[in-house]
Design a protein. Sequence first.
Length: 125
Amino acid sequence: MIIIKNIVDIDEYELIKCNNLIKNNFISSRINTYEKAILYYSDNIIVGFLGISHDNYLNQLCIDKNYRNRGYATKLIKMATDILKGTIYLFVDKNKGNTDFLLTFYEKQGFVVEYDNEVEYKMFK
């Protein structure tokens, strides 16, 4: 089940679970900087998260390691593209071990590289 929430409406349980999920996949959580979040529940457990900034930037897409390769990330991206109006943006860090995987994944979702520098790729759809 996919749920879209304004960040201010996320309850304490969801906030803890989302922050734990994010911190297992990123150096730090920036959840407090997002306007909305898309949460993926499986068996009443949050197994996926996608943050959305006010300016249509997707942030910190992450799926619990035990639930990967089941299409959850694709479904979160699809939901984001369905609800957002206008151009959607995201950044891919060049200094991660899975940068090539992420570029390929986002390209399959219809994103195109707008530019890159020494640190990151900026993509849009």
